[in-house]
Write a protein that binds this ligand. Structure first.
Ligand SMILES: *Cc1c(COP(=O)(O)O)cnc(C)c1O
Length: 480
């Protein structure tokens, strides 16, 4: 925290200098009764360090004239200092990041952690965290195994005939792939696909960091298969196609399709790599998400390798997949970067459990991301209505709450036009300003994140876990 000192010109007057003199010394404060208890709980070292910081902060507040009169006398006592130290310690050692209630309606919300794991996956993670496991140990033979063996039987069913590699995220998947296949060579990419995707992922940066050289073709709005073909030289290592996840060029446009690029690539014997961003394992068209295509289809359309994230619309942990032709995957797996970015056992467990839901065909029920996206506006409206009735009954302020039509977003640099109709709980602020309510919800425990719109706070229950409804009702009742 930045504090102002007397150097900035203000000196708080004679009252302040007297107060500064009266502040207890570190030794004296540490010896006082309130601090004896703190030292036992926090240890002497941490208590002393925090006390020094709090004294510095207090001095700055006094000098800056931000603390005067009775408040100052109260603040300078050992008990008050101990209180400050206690709060600083709680902040330092308290949970962070904290659990929040996501009432934004953005399902894959990158800033809120993207996907919520299924119950089965969460259970496995907590089990795995506290025990040794046969992560790289073949129990049958009593010798070394591979951590990917835990995923291979499932991936084999989800991508029949193809092999896979998996690393920490999709950015790492692309970088490892390009490094393995095109280090020191050229990678041909359309100018229309040199995008930046949320969380500072820039295609040109990843590409150059992999040791490959970028060869841009086409224009921002139109690129033809012949543009790729004409750019191929003996220096070419990979043709790369990138899903322009979070934006869409409209109007006079044209992009080279995967089948047409595949023809060009095959003829030149150069691998076609497709960064598919949010790789779905199932067709999401029934949910109204039509600009996505399952990752398997990308391979069947002619891509040699496809890369995608595990924590976007797939709904698993943060990982990045590379799937495709065996001999290419072999090279990707052998690249040192694949080792640098390998999964730990918590991720392997969470991922395996998520994949099991897909193999069983229960992903729409078990994987929260898909379950949330599957909810109809009517279903969400019924839940919002129940929350509204309960808050109205308990608070007597029912006239400030309404349930209205709105849209939820798939989010997370997934499908750019990914919107789903929803029903929103709209809360009118006193005097047409819901800003205070929004802030109070955000600052509480657990924090509740919604959005403001025209004097209303809008809460979308699509992304609120059903187990959180009661908490939401209680917090709204208190604050309204
Ligand atoms: C999200 C996204 C990435 C980055 O994936 P991470 O899993 O966040 O590393 C890369 N490419 C595309 C097209 C994306 O949508």
């Amino acid at each position: 925290m930045q504090t102002t000192s007397s150097k900035s010109g203000r000196s708080g007057g004679p009252d302040a200098s007297k107060a500064l003199r009266e502040l207890p010394s570190v030794a004296k404060a540490l010896d006082s009764r309130p601090f004896r208890g703190l030292k036992r709980r926090l240890g002497t070292r941490l208590t002393t360090a925090l006390l020094r910081e709090e004294l510095d902060r207090l001095r700055a507040e006094i000098r800056g004239g931000r603390m005067e009169g009775a408040e100052l006398r109260r603040g300078a006592t050992s008990a008050a200092l101990a209180g400050r130290v206690e709060r600083a310690a709680a902040k330092l050692a308290g949970p962070s990041p904290r659990v929040v209630i996501n009432a934004t309606g953005v399902v894959v919300h990158t800033n809120l952690g993207r996907s919520v794991l299924s119950e089965a996956a969460a259970r496995r993670v907590s089990e795995a965290a506290a025990a040794y496991m046969d992560l790289e140990f073949d129990l049958g033979e009593g010798r070394r195994g591979s951590r990917l063996d835990h995923l291979a039987p499932l991936m084999g069913r989800l991508f029949p005939g193809f092999d896979f590699a998996v690393v920490n995220n999709n950015a790492a998947a692309i970088m490892t792939t390009l490094r393995a296949l095109a280090r020191g060579k050229e990678v041909v990419v359309s100018r229309g696909e040199l995008v930046e995707i949320g969380g500072s992922f820039r295609v040109p940066d990843i590409l150059s960091a992999s040791g490959a050289r970028l060869k841009e073709v086409g224009t921002t709005n139109r690129t033809r298969p012949s543009d790729y073909r004409d750019a191929i030289t003996p220096e070419t290592g990979v043709l790369l196609k990138v899903h322009t996840s979070n934006f869409k060029i409209v109007g006079f446009t044209g992009e080279a399709s995967i089948p047409s690029l595949s023809k060009v690539a095959r003829k030149a014997s150069i691998p076609l790599v497709v960064d598919w961003g949010s790789g779905d394992l199932v067709d999401l068209a029934p949910l109204g998400i039509r600009d996505e295509m399952p990752a398997l289809k990308v391979l069947e359309s002619g891509a040699d390798l496809v890369t995608f994230s595990g924590d976007k619309l797939l709904g698993g942990p943060q990982v990045g997949f590379v799937v495709g032709k065996r001999e290419l995957i072999e090279r990707v797996r052998k690249d040192p970067l694949a080792r640098v970015c390998r999964l730990d056992r918590l991720l392997v467990c969470a991922l395996r459990e998520t994949l099991v839901a897909y193999v069983r065909g229960s992903a729409f029920e078990d994987v929260p991301t898909l379950r949330m996206l599957s909810l109809s506006a009517a279903q969400i409206g019924r839940r919002a209505g129940r929350v509204r009735r309960e808050v109205a009954r308990r608070s007597g302020q029912g006239e400030r709450l309404r349930v209205v039509d709105g849209v939820s977003k798939t989010g997370g640099g997934s499908s750019p036009m990914g919107e789903r109709p929803t029903r929103l709980l709209a809360i009118r602020g006193p005097d047409g300003d819901a800003g205070r309510l929004e802030k109070a919800l955000r600052h509480g425990t657990p924090p509740i994140v919604g959005r403001l719109h025209e004097g209303h706070l809008l809460l979308d229950l699509r992304t609120v876990l059903p187990s959180q409804d009661e908490t939401l009702i209680q917090r709204l009742t208190e604050l309204i």
